[in-house]
Design a protein around this ligand. Structure first.
Ligand code: IPM
Ligand code: MG
Length: 359
C-alpha cells in the first residue's frame, strides 16, 4: 500500500492540486493501484489555522508517506519583514530539510505546439531539453543568518556554506542522470569570488573522475544566465547550488513559454520524494479558474515515475498533456489568441479524458 501526503497550500495551490487528484483517482482505480492519500495544511493556510506554517504532526505524516504532492505556498497576506513572524516558505524549507530531499530535478522541455508562446525565437529554443539539478538542502537557504546592530547601524547577514559531502552526493547524481541523457554536465558556480564555489568546483571535478564518459564543463553563474538566453541548446544537465538553482531555473522555465508548465521532483537516495510545480502560489489569479494545472499534473507524473516506480502511468500522463496542447487548448498563461481558451478545471478534464482514451 502506498500513501501520498497531499499538501495543497496557498493561492492557486488547492485549485491545481484538485486537478491532479482527479487524475490520481482515475489512474489508481483503472489500474487497481493500492494508493491512498491524505490531505494536510502547509504554509499560509496553516498559519491562519494554527499560528504556524507546518505542524509537527503534518511533517511526521510526510516522513511516513511514500511521496508528498505539494501545490504552492505563500502570498502577500503573510509577507512580512519582521524576522520573528512565521513565514509560509519556512514550512517548505523544513519539509525539504527534514526529509533530506537534497536533489531537486527540474526538467525543461519545449512543447512543440507551444513554441510560439516563448518570448525567445523559435530557432533558439527548438529542441531544448535541459535537466536542471538544484542542490536543495544546503547553501545560503540553510546557513546562519542574523540581523544585528553595531556602531555603524543595523546590518544583516546570510551565509553560504557547503559541506563536501553535500556537493559529492549531488554531483554523483548529476553524472548518473547525464549518462541516461545527453552525457553532458555543466556545473554552475561563482568560483572566481566565493570560497564555497571553489570547494564546489574542486569536488565536482574529483567526482567526475568516476564518470569520464560524461562531459563536464564549469560555468560562472553570471555567464550561465546569459548563455541560457543566447544558446540554451548547449546545455544538457545543469548542476548547481540551492540559490543559483532557484534563480536560474525560473529563467530557464521561460524558455518553454510559461512557468505554468514545469514540474519538479525533490529526491533523496531512497524513493521518498516531494513533487511540486516550479511556480509559486500566484495569489493574483487565485480563485478565478485561470491557473494552469499542467505543472501540477506533470508533477504527479514525476511522482508516479520516481516514488511509485510506475513509469508507464507517468508516460501516459505526459502524453495526455501533450495531446491536449496539440489540440490547441490553452489556459490564459499560454494563450496566444488563436487557441481555445479553457479554465483550470476544463484543462484538468481535458487531460483526464485523454488519459481515459489512452488507457
Ligand atoms: C522554488 C521557490 C521556493 C524556493 C520558495 C517558495 C521558498 O521559489 O521552489 O523555487 O526559493 O526554493
Ligand atoms: Mg524559485
Amino acid at each position: 500500500m502506498k500513501n501520498i501526503m497531499v499538501l495543497p497550500g496557498d493561492g492557486i495551490g488547492p485549485e491545481i492540486v484538485n486537478e491532479s487528484i482527479k487524475i490520481l483517482d482515475f489512474v489508481s482505480s483503472r489500474y487497481n493501484l493500492k494508493i491512498t492519500y491524505e490531505y494536510g495544511d502547509i504554509g499560509g493556510i496553516a498559519i491562519d489555522k494554527y499560528g504556524i506554517p507546518l505542524k509537527d504532526e503534518t511533517l511526521e505524516k510526510c516522513k511516513n508517506s511514500s511521496a508528498v504532492l505539494l501545490g504552492a505556498v505563500g502570498g502577500p497576506k503573510w509577507d512580512s519583514t519582521v524576522p520573528e513572524k512565521p513565514r509560509p516558505e519556512d514550512a517548505l524549507l523544513r519539509v525539504r530539510k527534514e526529509l533530506g530531499l537534497f536533489a531537486n530535478l527540474r526538467p525543461i522541455k519545449i512543447y512543440k505546439p507551444l513554441i510560439s508562446s516563448s518570448t525567445l525565437k523559435e530557432e533558439v529554443i527548438d529542441g531544448v531539453d535541459i535537466l536542471f539539478l538544484r542542490e536543495l538542502t544546503g547553501g545560503i537557504y540553510f546557513g546562519d543568518r542574523k540581523r544585528l546592530s553595531d556602531e555603524k547601524g543595523e546590518y544583516a547577514y546570510d551565509t553560504e556554506k557547503y559541506y563536501k559531502y553535500e556537493i559529492e552526493r549531488i554531483a554523483k547524481l548529476g553524472f548518473k542522470i547525464a549518462r541516461s541523457r545527453g552525457k553532458k554536465v555543466t556545473s554552475v558556480d561563482k568560483a572566481n569570488i566565493l570560497e564555497s564555489s571553489r570547494l564546489w568546483r574542486e569536488t565536482v571535478k574529483k567526482i567526475h573522475e568516476d564518470y569520464e564518459d560524461v562531459q563536464l564543463n564549469h560555468m560562472y553563474v553570471d555567464n550561465t544566465s546569459m548563455q541560457l538566453i543566447r544558446n540554451p541548446k548547449q546545455f544538457d544537465v545543469i548542476l548547481t547550488s540551492n540559490m543559483f538553482g532557484d534563480i536560474l531555473s525560473d529563467e530557464t522555465a521561460m524558455i518553454s513559454g510559461s512557468i505554468g508548465l514545469l514540474p519538479s521532483a525533490s529526491l533523496r537516495e531512497d524513493s521518498l520524494g516531494m513533487y511540486e510545480p516550479i511556480h509559486g502560489s500566484a495569489p493574483d489569479i487565485s480563485g478565478q479558474g485561470k491557473a494552469n494545472p499542467i505543472a501540477q499534473i506533470l508533477s504527479l507524473a514525476m511522482l508516479f515515475r520516481y516514488s511509485l516506480n510506475l513509469a508507464s502511468q507517468a508516460d501516459m500522463i505526459e502524453k495526455a498533456v501533450n495531446t491536449v496542447l496539440e489540440k490547441g487548448f490553452r489556459t490564459a498563461d499560454i494563450n496566444t489568441g488563436e487557441n481555445k481558451l479553457v479554465s483550470t478545471t476544463e484543462m484538468g478534464d481535458l487531460i483526464l479524458n485523454e488519459i481515459k482514451a489512452l488507457g
